[in-house]
Design a protein around this ligand. Structure first.
Ligand code: HEC
Length: 280
């Protein structure tokens, strides 16, 4: 009896463990990531084909200027619903043909010269960062708007940043108002033209806002390309790129579970049959 209790308690701890780990990860510094809904999450979730096609367009037209997705070939985009003609058209916007991988037009040396760092390959990016899709969405939407930058400039105008201005900046930059010196320093770097992003750890990095204007991408399906829409679509496509076989994996998983349920019911029926004879 006592042993059973101990096992029960141990099971409870084991079951709760993943939740506590999740909470501690979520609370480790910086503002909370935007929690977007991703239709492809969960055991039955599948990719939205229209979003994937839009996302591919954003990634090819915008991100490929600097980044590569070396594990994906243009031809593979047929899997997200493009026809061969559309694949050819998309490849040619990037100066490639459909047999090529999604490689950036910019070579590593040129990138290093411009940015001081080679932009990382995006093939597996949704799996490579804490926060996954929400982090990527955060990065794409976490830049300051023009009016926020103007507010920073205003606060720095007379070279002293008053306490009231520090408070305003803290709100604007999602920073802790209890570190005014840090806020002043960050404001000065923003004014000098460094790329500030609310969700990048440390706030400053080498990527200028890639999706900076509403309608930057003219979607072929007529959807309005707001920054939020383009970001959500691009991240959806990057999630597919990181796992193009997700749909197959999930449908195989569902079949296996159905098979196991049927098998369990049959084995239970057989067991009852056999033991019924032995009891009598
Ligand atoms: C003008 C060039 C340029 C464009 C266009 C661009 N990036 Fe970047 N990106 C960079 C550079 C440079 C870095 C490296 C930044 C650093 O680590 O300082 C980077 C880094 C990243 C990172 C990694 C952030 C991290 O946590 O390390 C992600 C994710 C990313 N870019 C996504 C995108 C997406 C998605 C697009 C298209 C919508 C895009 N980028 C377009 C230059 C660019």
């Amino acid at each position: 009896m006592k042993l059973l209790r101990i096992i029960q308690a141990a099971l409870c701890v084991l079951l709760l463990l993943p939740f506590s780990v999740g909470v501690s990860l979520a609370s480790s510094g910086g503002p909370a990531l935007p929690q977007q809904s991703w239709g492809f999450h969960g055991p039955f979730g599948q990719f939205d084909t229209a979003a994937l096609k839009r996302g591919a367009q954003v990634v090819v037209e915008v991100c490929l200027a600097c980044h590569s997705l070396k594990y994906i070939k243009f031809d593979q985009l047929k899997q997200v619903g493009f026809t061969e003609m559309e694949v050819n058209a998309l490849a040619s916007t990037a100066g490639k043909n459909r047999k090529d991988a999604l490689l950036s037009a910019m070579d590593a040396d040129a990138a290093k010269e411009s940015f001081g760092i080679v932009p990382p390959d995006l093939s597996l990016m949704t799996k490579a960062r804490k926060g996954y899709e929400n982090y990527l969405y955060g990065i794409l939407t976490g830049y300051l708007k023009d009016e926020d930058k103007a507010a920073v400039d205003r606060a720095l105008e007379d070279d002293t940043v008053s306490d009231a201005e520090v408070k305003e900046l803290a709100m604007l930059l999602s920073m802790d108002p209890h570190h005014p010196d840090k806020i002043r320093e960050v404001a000065r770097r923003i004014k000098s033209g460094d790329n500030f992003n609310k969700f990048f750890p440390g706030n400053f990095f080498a990527m200028p806002a890639p999706l900076a204007a509403d309608g930057q991408v003219t979607y072929r399906d007529g959807t309005h390309g707001s920054i939020a829409q383009m970001s959500h679509d691009a991240v959806t496509f990057l999630a597919w790129a990181a796992e193009p076989t997700m749909a197959d994996r999930k449908s195989a998983g569902i079949k296996v579970i159905l098979y196991l349920i049927v098998l369990t019911v049959m084995l239970y029926a057989v067991k009852r049959r056999i033991w019924a004879r032995i009891h009598h």
